[in-house]
Design a protein around this ligand. Structure first.
Ligand SMILES: [Zn+2]
Length: 572
């Protein structure tokens, strides 16, 4: 049905620092193959060679909507997002014609409102050479405009100034677009009268869908060419929920708003699958199908081995506990030494409202005090006996929230070997088994040291982090441009300045990343002037020059394609 879906083609040399100007078209393809061209721009890219079938095209595609940590979430959207990079217009056009029966472009919004306001809340420069994230609020009325910008500042702070994406911040621009809403809040069963029609199904703290993607595309396009790389819809709502894909959808929840955001932005920034159990997509730098194919051996802490563990329960139950108690039965073979139980519940902020048991024994539980979707876990340091076991959860009191049901959302139980067979420490990198929704085994790098596995964790694992740097530098270059002075100095030289991303020594003192450095080397007639090492501005005499800039960072240990390097030639 999508014959080109997993075919990649290429046009660049593999000597690493070679980059090429190409046209990038991003489009939405509906199930009936009607295409909406979302953006078209010129970019300097460096894709590695994967196949030589189509010499001048590179293409990536993904479903337009995807669930977050909940593979069983019902989605009826069968559309796709394509990113197509073409060296020539003719090859781009013929490729697009081959996947689209009809085409349109995103129009400008018909309604002009004085209330609409576009703010660039983080401005790191030229948007054609930055990753642009656009937050659009839904369900914020005119009176809630200040609240909206406060919320977006807080989410940005959480995501980009705190640990998650902090080191990448100089690569980003962050936008916030206020679009006034008639009604406040988002729908809990069908949409309210809001610009992007965000709604939940059945009050569940689970998926949040948009009923007006077309309008969100129009509003996002107001950021201009290359301004809408990663659009995000943020609901004016205090509880967990969202979706990934074309739009990252989340809420302003102080408890869980960034939980969905950073996980789904992570999927967008680095082309990887999940690290949690029970998903359907396991691929990319953080996944290996066998120990022999582990791609992160340069990060492994001690020896590479399969950490000894097994999964006994993975259940996305989403049952209302006011209807009946819920049982999760499983069988152990009695050969493991420790266990770990992880659950999530909603509308259980009331003290002592729930009871959890394992084989009839009450597990100690204290409510966080919040009705949001909250995550709880227990460790057991004695092995389970061979035979049947059961986890039970029941509500001890009547539901307290007017429109959020008290639910058991998901339950997972793992068993582990001894401390010498399974390293629990999240800083430890090895090969940890993960089981998909068919029970198939793959490996991930850390136990729970990555937010691609553990939604409430604030960090990516080292492997995802390195992959993110690689991915960014396929799309953008470290060098923005060069300026060469018009005037010749009396010494017959011209001032030349290289302008780069604000990494390494260009970071603000309070944002310094230890060990990060931009290495700058100037070459005259192919010979390096080592005395000019790490100078951003030089006096260059007449002749042929080249400048190489390389990012040195402890977050990247392997860069075989030289993606963290950029180079430009010039003549004085
Ligand atoms: Zn990871």
């Amino acid at each position: 049905m999508y014959p080109f879906l997993h075919q990649f083609a290429l046009f660049l040399h593999s000597n690493g620092i070679q980059r090429e100007k190409v046209t990038h078209v991003k489009l939405h393809q509906s199930e009936s193959r009607h295409c909406t061209i979302l953006s078209q721009s010129t970019e300097k890219v460096a894709f590695k060679e994967i196949t030589s079938l189509q010499q001048d095209l590179h293409m990536e595609s993904k479903p337009a909507t995807k669930p977050t940590d909940d593979p069983l979430l019902p989605l009826d959207d069968k559309s796709y997002i394509f990113d197509i990079y073409g060296k020539t217009d003719s090859s781009l056009t013929s490729y697009i014609n081959s996947i689209c029966t009809t085409q349109e472009t995103v129009s400008t919004p018909k309604s002009e409102t004085k209330q609409r306001e576009i703010r660039k809340i983080v401005d790191n420069g030229d948007q054609s050479n930055r990753i642009d994230v656009v937050f659009m609020g839904d369900g914020y009325t005119s009176e809630e405009k200040d609240q909206f910008f406060d919320d977006m500042d807080r989410l940005t702070q959480d995501m980009f100034n705190d640990v998650t994406f902090r080191s990448y911040l100089p690569v980003f621009n962050i936008w916030a677009i206020f679009e006034p809403s008639v009604e406040s809040g988002i729908g809990y069963n069908g949409a309210k009268n809001t610009p992007f029609r965000l709604y939940r199904a059945a009050g569940q703290l689970r998926g949040i869908y948009t009923g007006n993607a077309a309008y969100a595309r129009q509003i996002c396009a107001l950021t201009g060419a290359s301004g809408c790389d990663y659009p995000s819809l943020i609901g004016n709502d205090d509880f967990y929920g969202g979706l990934g894909g074309e739009f990252v959808i989340s809420t302003k929840s102080e408890r869980t708003g960034t939980v969905v955001l950073r996980h789904e932005m992570g999927h967008n920034f680095v082309n990887v699958g999940e690290e949690y159990d029970g998903g359907s997509v396991y691929r990319g730098v953080n996944s290996a199908s066998s120990l022999a194919t582990v791609g992160w051996s340069h990060w492994v802490t001690d020896e590479l081995r399969e950490e000894n563990s097994i999964i006994r329960i993975q259940d996305y139950r989403w049952e209302d506990l006011s209807v009946e108690d819920q049982y999760f039965n499983f069988t152990s073979d009695g050969t493991y030494n420790r266990w770990y139980l992880h659950v999530s519940v909603s509308a259980a902020g009331e003290a002592d409202c729930l009871e959890f048991t394992l084989d009839g024994e009450i597990l100690p539980w204290t409510s966080s005090g919040y009705d949001d979707r909250e995550f709880y876990d227990w460790y057991g340091f004695e092995g389970l006996s061979a035979g049947p076991h059961s986890v039970m959860v029941r509500s001890k009191t009547d539901p307290t929230h007017p429109f959020i049901p008290r639910m058991i959302c998901a339950v997972r139980l793992h068993e582990f070997g001894t401390e010498s067979e399974f390293e629990m420490d999240n800083a430890h990198v090895s090969a940890y088994p993960t089981w998909d929704n068919q029970g198939r085994l793959t490996y991930r790098p850390t136990n729970a040291g990555c937010l691609m596995r553990n939604m409430t964790h604030r960090n990516f694992c080292e492997v995802c982090q390195e992959g993110m740097w690689h991915q960014f530098f396929m799309r953008i270059g470290i060098i923005d441009n060069l300026t060469i002075a018009e005037e010749m100095d009396p010494t017959m030289t011209r001032k030349v300045t290289v302008h780069t991303l604000g990494l390494g020594q260009l970071r603000d003192p309070e944002d310094v990343v230890d060990g990060e450095h931009l290495e700058i080397r100037w070459f005259y007639e192919n010979m390096e002037y080592s005395g000019l090492r790490d100078q951003f501005t030089i006096d260059a005499r007449v002749g042929n020059w080249r400048v190489d800039v390389k990012l040195i960072t402890p977050e990247v240990r392997s860069d075989p394609e030289g993606l963290l390097e950029d180079s430009q030639t010039f003549i004085v």
